[in-house]
Design a protein around this ligand. Structure first.
Ligand code: SAM
Length: 280
C-alpha cells in the first residue's frame, strides 16, 4: 500500500471541513496532537510519510471535528491566560472572555495587597483559581465545584503547574459548606437561560451542569450573592462573569442584594457586558 504524506492528508482533511471557519488551523492542531509535535514542526515536515496507525487516528479526529465536536475536546488541551490546561468533556472549555475576569481580579489584588483570602466558586477546569494563584504568590485560594469529575481535572491542572498544594479543593454546592470569610469571591457560574441553551450547539458537547443557569439564567448567581452577604469581609470584592444580554438585570440583582456596595460593569473585547465587580 502506498504511504500517504502529511501534506496530502492535510489537504484532503482541509477540503472535507467545508463548514469550518478555520480548517487550516484545526487540521494543523490535530496533526500536532497525534504526532506529538508543535504546529510549527508540522508545517515544516509536510513531506513526512504517515504510518497506518497515525492515518487512522487522524481520520477519527477529523470525523469528530466534522460532527461539530470542539477542537479542545479532541486534543484534550486549551490555553488560557498564557498557561496550558487539560480539558475533558467533564469541564467547560476555557473561554477567552474569562481572561477579563482574571485580569480585573489580578488588578484588584495588586491594589489591595492585604486582601488574600480568595474563593473560586464553580472552578471547572480550575482556570481562574490556578491562574490567579500563579499570578499572586501569597494568595490563599479555595476552589469549589459541585462536580467531583471537574475537581479532578482542576487538580490535575494545578499539579501540572506546581500549584496543587497552594489551593484548597472543596466539593460542594456554591458556598453552602464554607463559612469563609473571604476577601475575594470569584465566580463564572452557569448563566445561560435554559430555553436559550436548548437551542445552542454548545449543549451537544459541553456539560449542562456548567452552562444551565435556570429559567432566567440567574439562579446560581442569585444564590451565590445571597450566601456571600455573610461570607464576604468588609472591604472585600466579588467578581462575576455574566451573560452579556443580562448585564443590566444582573447588575440590578447585585444592587438589590448589596445595596451599599459599589458595582462596576466591565465590557469584553467584543464590547459585550461580561464581568461585574461588587465592592463592599
Ligand atoms: C461556566 S462553568 C465555569 C468553569 C470555570 N470556572 C471556567 O471559568 O471555565 C461553571 C462551573 O460551575 C459548576 N457548578 C454548577 N453548579 C454548581 C453549584 N451549585 N456549586 C458549585 N459549582 C457548581 C459546574 O460544574 C462548572 O464547573
Amino acid at each position: 500500500m502506498t504511504k500517504i504524506k502529511l501534506q496530502e492528508w492535510m489537504d484532503g482533511a482541509i477540503c472535507s471541513l467545508e463548514n469550518s471557519e478555520t480548517p487550516f488551523l484545526e487540521v494543523q492542531v490535530i496533526c500536532a496532537s497525534v504526532l506529538g509535535k508543535t504546529r510549527e514542526w508540522i508545517l515544516s515536515h509536510n513531506e513526512l510519510e504517515l504510518g497506518k496507525d497515525q492515518v487512522e487516528q487522524l481520520n477519527v479526529l477529523v470525523t469528530r471535528l466534522k460532527n461539530g465536536e470542539p477542537l479542545a475536546y479532541l486534543t484534550g488541551q486549551r490555553s488560557f491566560y498564557g498557561l496550558d490546561f487539560k480539558v475533558s468533556p467533564d469541564v467547560l472549555i476555557p473561554r477567552p472572555e474569562t481572561e477579563l475576569l482574571v485580569e480585573e481580579a489580578a488588578a484588584w489584588l495588586e491594589e489591595n495587597p492585604h486582601r488574600r483570602k480568595a474563593v473560586d466558586v464553580g472552578t471547572g477546569s480550575g482556570i481562574i483559581a490556578i491562574t490567579l494563584a500563579d499570578l499572586c504568590a501569597d494568595l490563599e485560594m479555595t476552589a469549589i465545584d459541585v462536580s467531583e469529575k471537574a475537581l479532578a481535572v482542576a487538580q490535575e491542572n494545578a499539579r501540572q503547574h506546581q500549584l496543587e498544594e497552594r489551593i484548597r479543593w472543596e466539593q460542594g454546592d456554591l458556598l453552602s459548606q464554607q463559612s469563609g470569610p473571604f476577601d475575594l469571591i470569584l465566580a463564572n457560574l452557569p448563566y445561560i437561560p435554559t430555553s436559550t441553551l436548548n437551542q445552542l450547539d454548545v449543549i451537544k458537547f459541553e456539560p449542562r451542569l456548567a452552562l444551565d443557569g435556570g429559567a432566567n439564567g440567574l439562579i446560581f448567581i442569585e444564590q451565590l450573592l445571597s450566601q456571600a452577604v455573610t461570607r464576604l469581609l468588609p472591604g472585600g470584592a466579588i467578581f462575576l462573569e455574566i451573560e452579556s444580554t443580562l448585564g443590566e438585570e444582573t447588575l440590578k440583582l447585585c444592587q438589590t442584594i448589596f445595596p451599599e456596595a459599589k458595582t462596576h460593569l466591565f465590557y469584553d473585547f467584543a464590547q459585550l457586558a461580561r464581568v461585574i465587580r461588587i465592592e463592599i
